[in-house]
Ligand binder design. Structure first.
Ligand code: APR
Length: 235
């Protein structure tokens, strides 16, 4: 069914969440061993925590920066890059900040929530590689604190990525969600925008989501890596 939908579609957009990277070894946020079961996101993933609790903020995000350098894209990321090269998918909209889609070779990628591969100064905005965090350098030349270039709760999403995601969702004939609980706005609006513009919607997620009722196909009894491998073998 999924391969048939892929072949019938002339414009396929992939939307990924943290479930796309669990098979690389990175935890997601809301399933049983997710990050937000250990840390309250409202206490850590926001600018107040950066300003008032900078040591805990840096410790939490340094751990995540080290993790995305320790773990690697898995076969699923590589298959998505291959499908882009073959013209079978046109773009990826990701909520993930691990940079794994680009590392696996995907080019048309919108990073709605930024990236852990870079850090920037909270004061002057100067960008640095996230190696600074690896080397325990946490302050800018201007003495401002360095923070990961991700979107913290309450912050605006990057305009260019948001607009790209919006345009891609409107153009999609097939919109495939991979590994997201679809519980965070505005990211979770893109599947609906695609659906409202005539796309077929597929949700591949190990747990139910509130958007399953809008989907033309839901797969929640298989892991993403296995689903993508089946697609790869049938093309
Ligand atoms: N195959 C299929 N589904 C999986 C797999 C897998 N291998 N691993 C995990 N999942 C599913 C989980 O069941 C879960 O429902 O992926 C989903 C991940 O959901 P979340 O943990 O909520 O992650 P996500 O939807 O990406 O969160 C969105 O929330 O905290 C913010 O900014 C953060 O980008 C993140 C946003």
């Amino acid at each position: 069914m999924l391969s048939q939908l892929l072949h019938e579609s002339n414009y396929t957009v992939i939307f990924t969440g943290a479930g796309m990277s669990t098979e690389s070894g990175l935890p997601d946020f809301r399933s049983s061993n997710g990050l937000w079961n250990k840390k309250d996101p409202t206490q850590i993933a926001n600018v107040d925590s950066l300003n008032q609790n900078v040591d805990e903020f840096i410790e939490f995000y340094r751990e995540r920066v080290l993790a995305v350098k320790e773990y690697k894209p898995h076969k699923g990321h590589k298959i998505l890059a291959k499908l882009e090269r073959k013209g079978m998918i046109q773009s990826i909209i990701t909520q993930n900040v691990d940079g794994f889609h680009q590392l696996a070779g995907s080019h048309q990628v919108a990073e709605l929530h930024g990236t852990l591969q870079k850090v920037h100064c909270q004061n002057c905005g100067k960008e640095y590689s996230s190696e600074e965090y690896v080397n325990q350098a946490y302050y800018c030349e201007c003495d401002g604190v360095l923070r990961p270039s991700i979107v913290l709760f309450g912050e605006m999403l990057p305009e260019i990525d948001f607009q790209f995601a919006f345009e891609e969702s409107k153009k999609a004939e097939l919109f495939i969600v991979l590994g997201s609980s679809l519980s965070v706005t505005p990211a979770n609006q893109f599947p609906l925008i695609a659906k409202e513009n005539g796309a077929k919607l597929v949700v591949i997620n190990q747990e139910k989501t509130d958007f399953d009722r809008f989907a033309d196909l839901v797969i929640n009894d298989k892991k993403i890596g296995d689903v993508l491998q089946e697609v790869d073998l049938s093309n």
